[in-house]
Ligand binder design. Structure first.
Ligand code: 5GP
Ligand code: MN
Length: 345
């Protein structure tokens, strides 16, 4: 039996909304990660089992190929490709789920449509300090993932039976990717109770791991080698490391979405390194990813220097300007945060 982490009042209210409605829009954040995709498809399959047939998942932009094997992934509507259709689905939905994000800004160009939409909004998320733009805000920063919360949410609706194999695969995939395959944010014993339940639903967890982590291209692996050998800068005094990759370098290795996934974690395997960053020159802006072990607050660093946010140990942001300036901002941050790093350790 799982403990009742979501408030009863929120469950009862959400239950009434769901029972009455026919059309649902499940909205996820820009550059969707495994948890965004997993939580949305978990909820999608559940709503279909419940007999709702107007259910769509809407993403601001595309997501990596290694999440596309999931049932329903190919039907996700991306705003980048179909802007009018994506907007209409949100405008016409009676219920809008906001999954794996805590502020409208995280859906990029869809933000104004989302805020203005008349549908009843329900947030399910695990990021700190949610903005209050939804009728129901289910926010649990201590949860491993939004996907775990979707599982708990459905159970609390009393509809565990309606979690099918496809939903279970999606939920497991989200939990696995948001915990680095259960190596962080994963000490709650009930995480493993839930995994047990998902296995009973018929998932092959080992196959899910292979589908996500063992399907990269040769180019991606060579780019990883290049990034580690030639691009990684270590700052021993700050117990930090940075990998910065420019647009020409990405082109050299035929970069496609998702190819640098996981790079940011690599320097953390060096003894004594507690803070790592990946700075990648995308087409519209420079993307910054930050990771830490222990108490170093990546989210504070991201909000101070890169207009971003996230979790204490995993956060990110964007930088508008030349990549070298982003690197300089990172190094300035290291100097300014250094005393804090010492205090925290
Ligand atoms: P990643 O480095 O994998 O892109 O993102 C890690 C985490 O940082 C995400 O789950 C999200 O919480 C947060 N994050 C990433 N990029 C941004 C951003 O641009 N703004 C905010 N507020 N959070 C971000
Ligand atoms: Mn998440």
């Amino acid at each position: 039996m799982l403990s009742k982490i979501i408030h009863e009042e929120e469950i009862q209210k959400a239950k009434k909304y769901i029972e009455k409605a026919e059309s649902f829009a499940l909205v996820i954040h820009s550059a969707p990660d495994g948890d965004a995709i997993g939580s949305a498809l978990g909820l999608f399959h559940f709503l279909m089992e419940l007999g709702k047939d107007k259910v769509s998942v809407i993403a601001p932009n595309d997501f990596p190929a290694y999440y596309k094997w999931l049932d329903g992934a190919k039907d996700i509507v991306t705003y980048d490709k179909y802007p009018d259709f994506a907007e209409r689905l949100i405008q016409e939905a009676e219920i809008i789920f906001c999954l794996d994000f805590n502020e409208p800004k995280r859906v990029g160009k869809l933000a104004s449509t989302l805020v203005a939409a008349d549908g009843r909004k329900i947030m399910i998320d695990h990021h700190l300090n949610p903005e209050m733009f939804c009728r129901i805000t289910i926010s649990q920063p201590d949860m491993s993932s939004t996907s775990e919360m979707v599982f708990r949410f459905i159970c609390r609706l009393g509809m565990y039976e309606l979690i099918n194999k496809q939903a279970s695969e999606a939920i497991y995939m989200g939990m696995m990717t948001d915990t680095g395959s259960f190596t962080f944010n994963s000490n709650h014993p009930e995480v493993y109770t839930i995994i047990g339940e998902l296995i009973k639903k018929g998932i092959d967890k080992d196959a899910i791991y292979r589908n996500v982590y063992q399907v990269y291209s040769e180019y991606r692996l060579r780019m990883m080698g290049f990034a580690l050998y030639e691009k990684m800068k270590v700052y021993p005094k700050h117990r930090a490391a940075l990998i910065a990759i420019s647009q020409p370098e990405l082109k050299r290795f035929k970069y496609t979405t998702g190819d640098t996934e996981g790079f940011v974690n690599l320097p953390l395997s060096i003894k004594g390194i507690e803070f790592a960053a990946l700075i990648r020159e995308d087409l519209d802006f420079v993307k910054v990813s930050l990771r830490s072990v222990g108490d170093f607050p990546c989210n504070l660093f991201a909000s101070t220097y890169f207009n971003g946010g996230g979790h204490k140990n995993a956060s990110g942001g964007e930088f508008y300007g030349p990549i070298n300036d982003a690197v300089a901002a990172f190094e300035k941050g290291l100097e300014e945060f250094n005393p804090q790093m010492k205090n925290n350790n």
